[in-house]
Ligand binder design. Structure first.
Ligand code: 5BU
Length: 268
C-alpha cells in the first residue's frame, strides 16, 4: 500500500506538481505538521507564522476570521510562506453551486485563488462544485493550485460519513489534475476496486491534539500517532500548538511525534 512509501518516493511518481512540492517540503524540513493558525488579527497571524514557520509544511488559514484583513495580510502571508518554505491552505470549505464558488474562489474581497496554494470543498452540493473549482485551477496558467475534498469532519455528529465519504472519493478520482486528496480522519482510498495503480491521494487530518480529547463545542481529537497510524499524511493542529504556553516547544513536539510515526510507517 502507498502508505509505506516515503514522501520522496511518492513525489517521484506523482502527477500533480503541487503534491510533488508539498512532499519535497515535508522531506526537506522533516515535518508533516500543518499549523491551523486561527488567530484573528493580521499581526498575530503573521507573528505565529514567522515563529513556527521553520517547523511546519503548511499553514492553514481561516482568512474570514481576521478583523483587519487587507492587502498587507496577503502580502505578509506570501512573504512568510516563501521565507520559511511552506504552503498556504485556506480552509474555506466551499459549499455552493459551481457558478457561485468560482466567484468566491477567484474573486471577491478575499482573493483566495491569488494566494492560497490549497483550498477545500464539500461535495454536499454535488459534483458540480468540484468541476467548477477544477476549471479555475486548469485555467490558471502556471499557478500550481490544489483542492482537498472534505470527506469527513471531526465534529461530533458529523453527517459526512458512509456513502457521503465514499462519494467524495469517487468524485476525487475524476479530477486528478486539481483534487490532491482529502481532509479526513484516516486513509480512505487504498485497496479500493476502483483505484488506479498510480492513484495517490494526500490525506490531511484535522482534530489533532496531544493533550486534549476534545472541546466544549463538539470538536473531537486524536493524537499525531494515531492519525499517522490510520494513514494520515499531514497533521493539522491549531490550539494544541498556538494556544500552548510555549508554541515553539509545542510545534516541535507535534513535529517529532508526527515524523517518528511516519518513519515507523515507512519502515514497516
Ligand atoms: P483545533 O484548534 O486544532 O481544534 O483547530 C482545528 C482546525 O481545523 C480549525 O481551524 C477547524 O475549523 C478545522 N477543522 C476541524 O477542526 N475539523 C474538520 O473536520 C475540518 C476542519 Br474539515
Amino acid at each position: 500500500s502507498k502508505s509505506t512509501l516515503s514522501y520522496s518516493q511518492r513525489a517521484k511518481g506523482h502527477a500533480n506538481p503541487l503534491v510533488r512540492k508539498l512532499f519535497a517540503i515535508a522531506e526537506e524540513k522533516k515535518t508533516n505538521v500543518v499549523l491551523s493558525a486561527d488567530l484573528t488579527t493580521t499581526k498575530e497571524l503573521l507573528a505565529i507564522a514567522d515563529s513556527l514557520g521553520p517547523y511546519i509544511a503548511v499553514l492553514k488559514t481561516h482568512i474570514d476570521i481576521l478583523s483587519d484583513f487587507s492587502e498587507q495580510t496577503i502580502q505578509g502571508l506570501l512573504d512568510v510562506a516563501k521565507r520559511h518554505n511552506f504552503l498556504l491552505f485556506e480552509d474555506r470549505k466551499f459549499v455552493d453551486i459551481g457558478n457561485t464558488v468560482q466567484k468566491q474562489y477567484k474573486g471577491g474581497a478575499l482573493r483566495i485563488y491569488e494566494w492560497a496554494d490549497i483550498v477545500n470543498a464539500s461535495i454536499l452540493a454535488g459534483e458540480g462544485i468540484i468541476q467548477a473549482l477544477d476549471q479555475v485551477v486548469n485555467d490558471s496558467g502556471d499557478a500550481e493550485r490544489g483542492i482537498l475534498i472534505l470527506a469527513e469532519m471531526t465534529s461530533k455528529g458529523s453527517l459526512a460519513v458512509g456513502e457521503y465519504t465514499r462519494a467524495s472519493v469517487e468524485i476525487a478520482r475524476k479530477y486528478p489534475k486539481s483534487v490532491m486528496g482529502f481532509v479526513s480522519t484516516k486513509e480512505l482510498s487504498s485497496h479500493s476496486p476502483n483505484s488506479a495503480p498510480e492513484e495517490d491521494f494526500v490525506v490531511f487530518t484535522t482534530g489533532v491534539n496531544i493533550s486534549s480529547k476534545g472541546d466544549a463545542l463538539g470538536q473531537q481529537y486524536q493524537t499525531p500517532t494515531t492519525a499517522m497510524e490510520g494513514g494520515s499524511d499531514f497533521l493539522i493542529a491549531g490550539r494544541g500548538i498556538y494556544a500552548a504556553e510555549d508554541p515553539v516547544t509545542a510545534v516541535r513536539q507535534y513535529q517529532k511525534a508526527g515524523w517518528e510515526a511516519y518513519e515507523r510507517r515507512i519502515a514497516r
